[in-house]
Design a binder for this molecule. Structure first.
Ligand code: NAD
Length: 524
């Protein structure tokens, strides 16, 4: 009886959030299956590493080519399982992965080359030192549903090209996209055990963190991130945590109103607001506030909400009833606390069970959860400010620190405000696109996480850095070895003066004292 109940609890279905259609049933990978997958990954990782970076680049280039050739089929699958409009699947998933692969494959060879460490101190001049970038071994990747391809694929390409094996646990809401990524990599020539996908829910993810992996790269909510950090701490398992956000948009009084309002609407409603980098709070200078709010409402009402597969759809469904309830509770609480719902603020059952209208809220405050907690839905809360200092203070008044944007016609002013905003990324006169700049790092401060993905910093997370130092005079005893005594102390004093005394004459005197003392020292 108990066994049957457990089996039932560990099976689930992937479904189309726009229609409710069940796409496929799955059973969660058990702890034993997770351990076995990680053991297989360990068994093949050194072979993958030994292939060398040139060969790995060739294989991953084939993956890139395949993804480009099969873009429409993969985009349709993403839209089917995650709900987003087809154009967004192509832009924010396929394009992002292809470009991240371009960067990683172009950079990997020079990135992995040993890097010389120059020695500045004269007593270390007989040595040469090198930094080696070695793969961690087996990297566990746990990913969310909102970018079911671009999140795990960009991380996996960086991990694989640097010589790691990868075990991926995609979200239980988007397993089919995770499996498609595996198909594409395997068809390109990545050996099956070098890249494995484990299907399952949080318990499968927890088993992966507990397994013998060498690093975990997690993207998801703050709550789960905290659990993972706690599970990783006892054995010092290195972690990258890409967590939630409550990204502010600051519209200064000299911003272009038409451009900034279009940006706010796209930034808040793209992927139905289910983006870690979504505009979740919009602060507008009081002189622009009425016109800005009006423009946002007008543009929001023009949006075509529908099923992602329909060609004209601009905003699709939310992923689940659970996510919808969070959005509803934030909106209702704000409404009853005095916020004005200017458009939206309700479900759209006539389209489907998971649809919520794009919503513009005015007169929100920092006492409302819609401004303080991640909503992760199609909501644009707008509030006015009077001074630049006040806008920065409001933007920084958050437990999160993922990204932000500043809008102004004066670039220098925008960049100066950007320096004062406490987030991992700040964009001036654009938003969200930082994720598609493959050279740029992605990650946040505070509760938004630890570490970086994307760019060179993202590749650095995939390697451990080893320092190798080699002395050119193997028969020379070092001057600082045993043979301590008054002569050694005098030698050291003179030596310190020779290097760091204020005047050239003091430095010369120090050098002479040091040499004289050295002659008296008995080396053993
Ligand atoms: P989630 O935390 O519920 O789940 C993320 C993944 O963790 C899933 O694969 C899930 O199965 C797994 N998981 C759940 N419990 C686990 C446990 N105890 N141990 C190990 N794994 C476990 O998040 P979600 O709802 O899938 O995604 C939405 C969240 O992700 C939002 O907060 C969003 O801001 C965040 N996100 C952040 C970024 C970023 O780059 N910073 C990108 C995308 C999404």
């Amino acid at each position: 009886m108990q066994v049957a109940a457990q089996t039932e609890a560990r099976s689930f279905a992937s479904y189309n959030p726009a229609t409710g259609e069940v796409l496929r049933e799955f059973v969660c990978a058990s702890k034993d299956e997770v351990d076995a997958a990680v053991a297989r990954a360990h068994a093949v990782q050194s072979e993958w590493q030994a292939l060398g970076v040139r060969r790995r680049i060739q294989i991953l280039r084939r993956f890139q080519r395949r993804l480009q050739e099969r873009k429409s089929e993969v985009a349709q699958l993403i839209t089917q399982e995650a709900g987003k409009p087809l154009g967004e699947s192509l832009l924010t998933e396929i394009f992002v992965v292809l470009d991240a692969a371009r960067f990683c494959l172009h950079t990997a060879y020079s990135f992995l080359r040993p890097q010389r460490v120059p020695h500045g101190s004269p007593i270390m001049k007989t040595k040469s030192g090198w930094l080696l970038h070695e793969p961690h071994g087996v990297i566990g990747i746990i990913s969310p549903w909102n970018y079911p391809l671009s999140t795990p694929a960009t991380e996996s390409v960086a991990a694989l090209v640097t010589g790691n094996a990868v075990v991926l646990k995609p979200s239980e809401l988007t397993p089919l996209v995770g499996l498609k990524l595996a198909d594409l990599l395997h068809e390109a020539g990545v050996p099956k055990d070098v890249f494995q996908v484990l299907i399952g829910d949080g318990s499968t993810g927890a088993a992966l963190v507990d397994a013998q992996i060498d690093k975990i790269v997690f993207t998801g909510s703050v709550a789960t991130g905290r659990r993972i950090a706690e599970a990783a701490a006892p054995r010092f398992l290195p972690v990258v945590l890409e967590l939630g956000g409550k990204d502010p948009m600051i519209v200064l009084e000299d911003a272009d109103l038409d451009t900034a309002s279009s940006a706010a609407v796209w930034g808040a409603f793209m992927n139905a607001g289910q983006t870690c980098l979504s505009v979740e709070r919009c602060y507008v200078h009081r002189s622009l506030y009425p016109q800005f709010v009006q423009a946002c409402v007008k543009k929001t009402r023009e949006l075509h909400v529908g099923k992602g597969a329909d060609g004209t759809t601009e905003m699709g469904p939310m992923i689940s009833e659970r996510q919808l309830r969070i959005v509803e509770s934030h909106v209702e609480e704000a409404r009853s606390a005095g916020a004005r719902v200017l458009t939206g603020g309700k479900r759209l059952p006539e389209i489907g069970a998971n649809f919520y209208a794009p919503t513009v809220l005015a007169d929100v405050t920092h006492r409302m959860r819609i401004v303080t907690e991640e909503t992760f839905g199609p909501i644009l809360p707008i509030m006015p400010f009077d001074t630049e200092d006040e806008a920065i203070q409001l933007a920084n008044d958050s437990i999160y620190g993922l990204s932000a944007s500043v809008w102004t016609k004066n670039r220098a002013r925008g960049e100066s405000v950007a320096r004062r905003v406490y987030t991992g990324t700040v964009m001036v006169n654009d938003l969200l696109s930082g994720f598609a700049i493959s050279e740029a790092p992605h990650g946040g401060f505070r509760d938004s996480g630890i570490g970086r993905t994307h760019g060179r910093l993202g590749m650095e997370e995939m390697v451990r850095v080893k320092y190798v130092d080699s002395d050119r005079l193997p028969r020379m005893k070092k001057l600082w070895w045993y043979g301590y005594g008054p002569a050694f102390a005098a030698q050291m004093e003179g030596f310190i003066d020779a290097l760091f005394a204020r005047s050239p004459s003091q430095r010369l005197a120090g050098a002479l004292r040091s040499l004289a003392a050295l002659r008296k020292k008995k080396m053993i």
